[in-house]
Design a protein around this ligand. Structure first.
Ligand code: FCB
Length: 477
């Protein structure tokens, strides 16, 4: 099937996605030809960027006054990270930031999205400020500006000071004060140079995987803890955005959500309903309270329990009118009914269905990005969408100075095609950021799964641009 046909086959209506016919991705060809689109098709204001995070790239975990993060702590617990790895050195961005920003420039990107390590700025979580930490991000920002790249800052990308995690982290309502203090410090410090801010990276990932499934820091497995982290991070998301608005003149304020296109395994009612419940958790849980719609408890009654955590005024406090919403999309999810308490739905893995997937079992399904952009564009309160992360891991091999990552190039072409289709149909999507400029530390997977446009030999820390980096250089040039 060619790329024009998949739109027909899926109906592509945007609305009623969960009723769309389930189609095996193996029916589709991913080989979209780059001849089908050029950069100019996306418009001259479209933002082309790359995205990375502090813990995954910086290393220098205990250098120049940085405090311990929850991930520094968690990665030392035996069995938590594949092969027992940690990000003590990571991509050594702390020392190689200038080289990496030059590489971003060479690939012709105009935006670099990165995050600030909270314990590098506030080693004790609150209180005393680490001046060397502040200085580091000034150097990163200044380097970006000097080569014509816009710095876009994410305030929180999962590395919380361990002293605060030890007091419950996101499950302690005091996080509202802690996070407000951190936001105040960084926005006052960098607000005159940086205009583009994102509050939080993917609430669902660190609350769900960290407090309920136990596979991310801090490794808890508790539905109660998950509930608290949902509500308190939702409050923080809006509260921090209000602080940015106050501190930064002309700020462009966003936040980012992880998304996945969800379809039922078949058209049985129980599976359609299971897919809807999964959608409530995986796509609606965090955006809807921030738009003033409350948590999606109509679809998932267990979320009514969140009300027990409310204090007077919370309903309003969760709301903020963001300038843009960051969509992070990697794969599709196929759902079926299960007896699992709470969601009563489970994922049917790509391997069970025999469809193309990446090394993390995420099904490669570009049409899903189109559907997600359409879905989010239907919320009245959303003004502007930016794809703040999209990318894939393939088994890269460095041979004779080259990395031929054709699979990654195909992934980008097909996903860009999906973005363009949505844009042409009137979706207000105005940017696309690749995850990630260089290989880095992929959380519980360690260094095994590589997402970079630039290959890193983690023994020598030498950088080599992959074919995908060269492809972007040509496409954006
Ligand atoms: C996203 C995370 C990012 C990275 C990519 C592969 O969910 O935001 O840090 O791990 O997945």
């Amino acid at each position: 099937m060619n790329r024009r046909n998949w739109i027909k086959r899926t109906g592509a209506a945007g609305a009623g996605l969960l009723l769309a016919k389930y189609i095996k991705a193996s029916d589709l060809t991913l080989a979209f030809d780059a001849k089908d689109f050029v950069k100019a098709d996306f418009g001259s204001d479209f933002k082309w960027g790359v995205a990375a995070s502090s813990y995954q790239t910086e290393g220098a975990w205990n250098i120049d006054g940085k405090g311990e993060s929850n991930w520094d702590f968690f990665s030392r617990i035996p069995g938590k990270i594949e092969r027992g790895e940690n990000a003590d050195v990571a991509a050594d961005f702390y020392h190689k930031y200038a080289e990496d920003i030059d590489l971003i420039k060479e690939m012709n990107f105009k935006v670099f999205r990165f995050s600030i390590s909270w314990p590098r700025i506030l080693p004790n979580g609150t209180g005393e400020i680490n001046l060397k930490g502040l200085e580091f991000y000034h150097k990163v920002i200044d380097k970006c500006i000097s080569v014509g790249i816009e710095p876009w800052i994410t305030i929180y990308h999962w590395d919380m000071p361990q002293v605060l995690e030890a007091q419950g982290g996101w499950t302690n309502r005091k996080v509202l004060d802690w996070f407000s203090e951190f936001t105040n410090v960084v926005t006052k410090e960098y607000g005159s140079k940086v205009k583009n801010w994102m509050v939080i990276n993917e609430q669902l990932s660190y609350t769900g995987l960290g407090y309920m499934q136990g596979i991310f820091a801090p490794g808890k497995k508790s539905i109660k803890a998950f509930m608290k982290s949902i509500h308190y991070s939702t409050l923080c998301n809006a509260e921090s955005a209000r602080i940015i608005r106050k501190n930064v003149i002309d700020a462009n304020i966003g936040t980012t959500f992880v998304t996945t296109h969800i379809e039922p395994i078949d058209q049985q009612k129980k599976n359609i309903e299971a897919a809807n419940r999964m959608d409530a958790i995986m796509n609606r849980l965090f955006i809807e309270p921030c738009l003033g719609l409350g948590y999606p408890e109509d679809t998932l009654p267990i979320l009514k329990k969140l009300k027990k955590l409310y204090e007077p005024g919370d309903e309003q406090r969760m709301v903020f009118d963001f300038d843009f919403i960051g969509i992070q999309y990697y794969f599709r999810t196929v759902a079926k009914h299960s007896m699992m308490p709470g969601m009563r739905a489970k994922e049917v893995k790509a391997s069970e269905r025999g469809v193309p997937a990446n090394e993390m079992e995420g099904e490669i399904y570009p049409e899903g990005l189109y559907h997600i952009l359409k879905k989010f564009s239907q919320y009245k309160g959303i003004r502007n969408l930016i794809v703040t992360e999209n990318g894939t891991c393939v088994p890269d091999k460095l041979e004779n100075g080259r990395v031929h990552d054709q699979g990654r190039i195909d992934y980008f072409k097909s996903h860009l095609e999906a973005v363009l289709k949505a844009k042409k149909e009137g979706v207000n999507v105005n940017g696309y950021f690749v995850w990630s400029p260089t290989d880095n530390f992929e959380w519980n997977k360690g260094y095994r799964t590589r997402f970079g446009l630039v290959y890193i030999d983690f023994k020598t820390l030498e950088r080599t641009m992959k074919d995908s980096g060269l492809w972007f250089k040509a496409f954006l040039g």
